[in-house]
Ligand binder design. Structure first.
Ligand code: AMP
Length: 296
C-alpha cells in the first residue's frame, strides 16, 4: 500500500486497484463535484469500518447502481452514549482498505472526528416517525447521532444514492425519512441482511462474542423465525412474542425488545392482516448487544 500525501492520496493495493483516499470534507466535496460535473451517478456506502462480508455486499450493490462508488469509514462519536463502546469499537483501517481494493471502489472517505465535528460544532438533526420506540427506548441518543452524521456525510459526499443494510432496519427507515423530509435528494437503497451459515446476522460487534456466546447467538434469529412463522400461521401475536422472549431468556439472552411493527412506518400494528409486518429485536449476550429483524 502506498499513500501520496497525508490528506488525499491514491492508494495502490497489490496492483489490482487504486482509489482516492480522502480525509477532509473540502477534499470530498471537490471530488464529488468533479464527478457531478461529469454527469456521473455517485453511490455512497456509509460504514463505521471493521468491514465484513455484509458491508462488501453493500459495496457490490453500489457498484451495480452507481457509476462512482464511494465508501465512508467513520466511527461516529455522536451516536454512542458515554457508557457505550465507542473507545473499544473495532478500528482496522488498513485491513478495511485491502478488502475494498478488489471491489472497484473509486474513493474512500475516512475523516477524523475533528474534521467532522470541529470545535464549536453545535447542530443535531432530530428525526421523529420511525425513530420513535425500539432502539430509541434503549439508546435515546442513537438516531440523533446517526441523522447528524448521515446529513454531514451526504453534504460532503453529494451522492445520488446511498446504500444501507436492512440489518439495521430502523436506521434504514430513519435515514429514508430524513432524506425525504429534508429534500436531500439522496435515494436510499436497502440491501437484505447477510448471515452466517447458522443464521447469525453478520455484524462488526460479533467480534465481541465469547466462544460459548457465539454458539448461542444464532438462537436470536431462530426464535424470531419461529415467532414469525407462528404469527403467519395465525397464532396470537402477544403469545408468539412472549414464547420467543422466554426461550431467549432461557438460552441466556437479556432481551431489550422483541416487537412486531408496521414494516413501512414502524408504528405498532393495528391490523396484522392488512399491514406489511416486520419483527425486530435487540438482545444482549454477555457484554454484546445483538440486533436483528425479519419480514413476517
Ligand atoms: P456499520 O458499519 O455497522 O455502521 O454498518 C454499515 C452499513 O452496513 C449499515 O448500512 C448496515 O446496515 C450495513 N450492514 C451491517 N451488517 C450487515 C449485514 N449483515 N448485512 C447487510 N448489511 C449490513
Amino acid at each position: 500500500m502506498r499513500f501520496k500525501g497525508a490528506l488525499s492520496a491514491t492508494l495502490k493495493v497489490k496492483r489490482m486497484a487504486s482509489f482516492e483516499m480522502i480525509r477532509t470534507v473540502a477534499g470530498m466535496q471537490a471530488q464529488a463535484e468533479s464527478w457531478q460535473r461529469g454527469g456521473l451517478r455517485i453511490a455512497l456506502v456509509p460504514t463505521m469500518g471493521a468491514l465484513h462480508a455484509g458491508h462488501l455486499r453493500l459495496v457490490e450493490e453500489a457498484r451495480r447502481i452507481g457509476e462512482k462508488v464511494l465508501v465512508s469509514i467513520f466511527v461516529n462519536p455522536a451516536q454512542f452514549a458515554p457508557h457505550e463502546d465507542f473507545a473499544s469499537y473495532p478500528r482496522q483501517e488498513a485491513a478495511d482498505l485491502e478488502k475494498l481494493a478488489p471491489l472497484g471502489v473509486d474513493a474512500v472517505f475516512a475523516p477524523s472526528a475533528e474534521e467532522m465535528y470541529p470545535v464549536g460544532f453545535a447542530t443535531r438533526v432530530a428525526v421523529g416517525g420511525p425513530s420513535e420506540g425500539l432502539e430509541t427506548d434503549f439508546r435515546p441518543h442513537f438516531f440523533g447521532g446517526v441523522a447528524t452524521v448521515v446529513t454531514k456525510l451526504f453534504t460532503a459526499c453529494r451522492p445520488h444514492v446511498a446504500v444501507f443494510g436492512e440489518k439495521d432496519y430502523q436506521q434504514f427507515l430513519v435515514v429514508r425519512r430524513l432524506s425525504a423530509d429534508l429534500g436531500l435528494g439522496v435515494a436510499i437503497h436497502g440491501v437484505p441482511t447477510l448471515r452466517e451459515p447458522d443464521g447469525l446476522a453478520l455484524s462488526s460487534r460479533n467480534a465481541y462474542l465469547l466462544a460459548n456466546e457465539r454458539r448461542t447467538a444464532p438462537r436470536l434469529q431462530a426464535e424470531m423465525r419461529g415467532a414469525a412463522e407462528a404469527i403467519r400461521a395465525g397464532k396470537a401475536i402477544d403469545g408468539a412474542l412472549a414464547g420467543a422472549a422466554v426461550a431467549l431468556a432461557d438460552a441466556g439472552f437479556r432481551v431489550d425488545y422483541l416487537a412486531l411493527r408496521n414494516a413501512e412506518t414502524l408504528a405498532p400494528v393495528a391490523d396484522a392482516a392488512k399491514e406489511p409486518l416486520r419483527l425486530l429485536a435487540a438482545a444482549w449476550l454477555g457484554r454484546t448487544r445483538l440486533i436483528d429483524n425479519i419480514a413476517v
